[in-house]
Design a protein around this ligand. Structure first.
Ligand code: DQQ
Length: 548
């Protein structure tokens, strides 16, 4: 079993001990970023859930405060589950969260909590008004699958609207709309905002994005949202599959319904992240006019090891999100503040050819805790393998069937991170390029697959080491593609093609830890590739203080 302290993350958000899950109610208030999250004060497994609370000036260095919301009223006696914050017109935040109010079944209601003192920028104390719960399951709603209220938005009529995730019948994921004039009395709209046959929708998120190619974020309740230059994103966390998928579409305000642009969007399952990333939530940051995404990454170690380590769960590095110019998907990039943790002297590799079968070590720095950016240039796409039409929609299967060590045509090429000296241990983050499956003889653009293969990441037995993969919607005909990996001891968070596809993976090396972790560029394809530039920085530890 693995209990090495070298596996605790260095710069990802993590409390000193115990279990954490979903990020809750992220917000910016009077110069401080607030992060709440699901937390078990009593151990490293899920249970006894309260809202832990941390604050930061820069989303990187954190001060832990005492839990903000704990079971204390009838309507949340058995758990304070996920929820969101909304800024009232006067600038004070309100939190809406799910309370579990029965010990025998997880009967769920929605409650509000208000700051005791709005002039405290740290918002240390939260009070629960006596009129809780404010939303209860009625009209045939499944009371045990009814949770995770979103940030509310205000319509032109001045009324608030928010979503609650649910399950209708056996298998329909639903986002119910509730309306209120005063954030106290809520009425459900006759029709849900949207639904799809995907199973329970946990942690819905619904927000506007600018549709004119700018990276600026849009506030959920801003006046701009009524303009044509805004699109909407609806994200849901699929309880059954444990991943977050989203669609891009339009919000029909009159009908109070959301319509995805791609009618098959709910089946295609574009994901924020093709790895370990769940129950995420965005918020609008007025300080830097951007939308930021927070997601939770669970351990993929055994529960017994979690208990032995005394901790479980991390938050991914916050990502800025904006709409790709194609309008079809989002782009994601680690918030710029994380770059302040980079050491002064990066190691740089320039114009280095990596021949078929070759690997090149990047030396001169510690890489257990590092940030690596690479731009690759593929010599020729001639050698690209033909995509098996049977696999054309299943990145995961394609990647598991042909792991990083399987010789390919164009690729696999990419990085081996957290690698041991003898390469007994390594986590591969890579690309593989295919010729499109011949359909009607037309030659479409090459298909780019991005994968993380952790099957060799640890010599320890009995680990859950799923291969993760996604297609990257990028044009590689000029041979160019980029990769960035945030490596942090037991997490590898990677961004392909400038944030078109992301994969977060948890790994637990036993040899490739601390100073013994190495970094390589590898090429297991037939085509030569060139590293046009690789820049690798050691990452410093941020300040994680206890201010409780
Ligand atoms: N986690 C919370 C729920 C949510 C789930 C409970 C998602 O509110 O649906 O800890 O991870």
């Amino acid at each position: 079993s693995i209990v090495d302290s070298e596996l605790r993350t260095g710069y990802h958000f993590q409390p000193p001990k115990n279990w954490i899950n979903d990020p809750n109610a992220p917000m910016y208030y009077k110069g401080w970023y607030h992060l709440f999250y699901q937390y078990n004060p009593k151990g490293a497994v899920w249970g006894n859930i309260v809202w832990a609370h941390s604050v930061s000036r820069d989303l990187i260095n954190w001060v832990a405060l005492k839990p903000a919301i704990e079971p204390s009223i009838r309507a949340d006696k058995y758990g304070c589950w996920s929820g969101s914050a909304t800024m009232m017109a006067d600038g004070t935040p309100v939190i809406m969260y799910t309370g579990v109010n029965r010990p025998d079944v997880n009967y769920q209601v929605q409650n509000v909590a208000l700051p005791r003192n709005g002039s405290d920028p740290l918002l240390r104390e939260w009070v629960k008004p006596g009129h809780n719960p404010v939303i209860v399951p009625e009209g045939g709603i499944n009371a045990t699958q009814f949770r995770d209220p979103t940030t509310a938005w205000r319509g032109a009529d001045g009324h608030w609207r928010l979503l609650v995730g649910s399950l209708a019948g056996q298998s329909r994921g639903v986002a119910y709309v509730y309306r209120s004039r005063d954030f106290r009395r809520w009425t459900r709209a006759a029709q849900p905002l949207h639904s799809a046959p995907t199973g329970m929708w946990e942690c819905p998120d619904f927000y506007p994005v600018t549709a004119d190619g700018r990276r600026e974020g849009v506030d959920t309740s801003s006046a701009v949202v009524a303009s044509a230059r805004v699109k909407y994103v609806l994200k849901n966390s699929l309880d059954l599959r444990r991943y977050d998928y989203y669609t891009v579409g339009t919000y029909d305000r009159k009908a109070e319904r959301y319509v995805p642009d791609d009618p098959a969007g709910d089946e295609h399952h574009i994901r924020y992240d093709y790895g370990n990333f769940y129950a995420s939530k965005t918020f609008y940051d007025p300080a830097k006019r951007r939308r930021i995404l927070w997601g939770w990454a669970n351990e993929s170690d055994t529960a017994a090891d979690d208990v032995a380590k005394g901790w479980a769960g991390i938050q991914a590095i916050p990502r800025k999100v904006w709409l790709d110019p194609s309008g079809k998907q989002l782009l994601q990039w680690p918030i710029e503040e994380v770059e302040r943790l980079r050491g002064k002297w990066p190691v740089i590799l320039k114009d280095r050819v990596v021949k078929p079968g070759e690997h090149v070590e990047v030396t001169g720095l510690q890489t257990a805790q590092a940030d690596v950016e690479v731009s690759f240039k593929v010599g020729s796409l001639e050698a690209a393998e033909r995509l098996d039409p049977a696999m054309a929609y299943d990145a995961q299967r394609l990647c598991s069937a042909r792991g990083a060590d399987a010789r390919g045509g164009v690729g696999p090429f990419g990085l081996w991170v957290l690698a041991s000296a003898g390469l007994e241990e390594k986590t591969a983050v890579f690309f593989r390029v295919f010729r499109p499956a011949a359909r009607g003889g037309g030659a479409g653009k090459p298909v780019v697959l991005m994968c993380t293969d952790p099957t060799k990441s640890s010599r320890n037995p009995n680990m859950y080491q799923p291969t993760f993969a996604g297609f990257v919607d990028t044009d590689i005909t000029n041979g160019k593609i980029s990769l960035r990996s945030l490596i942090d001891r037991s997490v590898v968070e990677s961004f392909g093609a400038g944030g078109k596809a992301c994969i977060l993976s948890r790994v637990y090396p036993s040899l490739a830890i601390g100073k013994n972790a190495r970094l390589y560029v590898f090429n297991n394809g037939k085509a030569e590739i060139k590293v046009s530039q690789l820049t690798a920085w050691e990452m410093k530890k941020p300040v994680m203080m206890n201010g409780a």
